[in-house]
Ligand binder design. Sequence first.
Ligand SMILES: Cc1cc2nc3c(=O)[nH]c(=O)nc-3n(C[C@H](O)[C@H](O)[C@H](O)COP(=O)(O)O)c2cc1C
Length: 611
Amino acid sequence: APQATVPAPREAEALPQEEPQTGAADQAPAPRSTGPAAPGYDDAEREAVLRVMRERRDIRNGFRDDPIPHEVLLRVLEAAHTAPSVGHSQPWDFVVIRSAETRRTMHELAVRQREAYAKSLPKGRAKQFKELKIEAILDTPVNIVVTADPTRGGRHTLGRYTQPQMAPYSAALAVENLWLAARAEGLGVGWVSFFDEREMVRALGLPEHLEVIAYLCVGYVDEFPDEPELMQAGWSKRRPLSWVVHEETYGRRALPGEEPHDLLAETVAQIRPLDAKALGEAWERQKRMTKPAGALGMLEIISAQLSGLSRQCPPPIPEPAAVAVFAGDHGVHAQGVTPWPQEVTGQMVANFLGGGAVCNAFAAQVGAEVCVVDVGVAADLPATPGLLPRKIRGGTSDMTTGPAMTREEAKAAIEVGIETARDLVAAGNKGLLTGEMGIANTTASAALISVFTGADPAEVTGRGTGINDETLVRKTEVVRRALELHQPDPADPIGVLAAVGGFEHAAMVGLLLGGASLRTPVILDGVSAGAAALVARAIAPEVLAACIAGHRSAEPGHVAALNKLGLRPLVDLDLRLGEGTGALLALPLVQSAARAMHEVATFDSAGVTEK
Ligand SMILES: Cc1cc2nc3c(=O)[nH]c(=O)nc-3n(C[C@H](O)[C@H](O)[C@H](O)COP(=O)(O)O)c2cc1C
């Protein structure tokens, strides 16, 4: 008989006190039972339930022709039909398709959508996608269309009144039930969403008022892979549970029974120095590669760094890669440090999203994804695909009259950067690049660099977008005044950031720390990234294990920052644009360094005589 697996509370005192009810005066609170709680399943049964959830897979490969017996399919459909539904409306229908002709029609529709999607991908991703199978419509004996009827249950369906989307949600739960029951029967299921929904309704001759929730390919399979096929293909990574469980309020991440952990502290704790063993293997391998020792110069240092960072030799090639362009505005703009109006920040964000900026052209050329993050733009930006709305505040305060940000704001912006790194890496990116946009942000960069290098503001303040002599003098004085006002202490990096930094600098600090904690290389762009790297290094010195200087910008502060960081830039072309452009140009160099470690033969394997 099933046993209780939860210890039943016996004492009435152990129960939480019932809150007095408001607004439901006619319902007297039910007396709380002091008897044993309803039993759960015994250990073996519970393990079977959890096992089917763990081992359910989306299957596209290895289907067999074996027919599905009616009684098996019936059990699977019955499981689907017992799903929970809003107001018990049971809005689903299941159309079971076996006809080869219908499946061919659906296959053709899916192929067209696949091509459209492939065209939308950055080159680095498209290469990977080409190898992926995304449907098994023709390989499976049975296809099942799951629909939702948004009108079922009548006008007064309980719970759908405020949230009409509850009908499709309910049908999706039926899909999950079907999927789990199928797994228990040894049936593979592959969900295909490469369809235009209305086109599908017409092609299948469905009543127009129905919504298609899922198109499922079902059949017996050779095997169920241990991990999602997309993970095995390197397309995505599993996000840890600890990233997504919050205690009481969003952001207080804690697993049950744990104390909430601080995202920044947790990230810093995971940053490690380069792995000595992998580093040694990389140096050894480079000596044996069919080229004179050291002939790849700086690229040998980069590939060894990538090995030490990933703890693998040869190291993963940083492809696909994504540039995170953090955008923010600056209160110090009011001091006349640039001739550009502040609105340009928001306008350029729109340009990035429309694909018209230099960073888009360079990203397209090198096959990288552009991810735009509003971390503090003054303008309200409309929701647009590709934009992450993470605004802390609509611009910093003027650093010459008070701190640019509060400590809490600076920390929140760092956390935006950490979460951006997590999201991009979990989405399968193997390299990250910093980018930024913020009118007046080179003023903040100069102030940060002056604090961490000890250089005089006159040495590290530059012409940014190309200001004249008079404005340069004013800008330098603005930096000097801000530093005199705040007297920032480099031993308190978050304090420095809050006093004279920008939201995008703080977010870049987070991206660097996040990338390092995930052992993913981060290619730095120009002066603002250099400033952020100085802050990040002051927080966690080992962050440099993940940092690669993409280029040297024309800004004097950048040279000072790189010297202090001990980083040698890969590209030196007098760029002074930002947006991640210099980092993007460096990406193929870093990828080439890693690829050489994989593909270049060794003297012994190629039979080449050493000197
Ligand atoms: C709503 C939804 C739509 C999906 N659409 C597709 C699809 O069109 N093509 C595909 O190959 N997989 C599709 N999948 C499967 C996912 O890629 C798969 O669930 C995910 O990679 C995790 O793998 P797993 O299901 O094996 O755990 C879909 C899954 C869901 C939940």
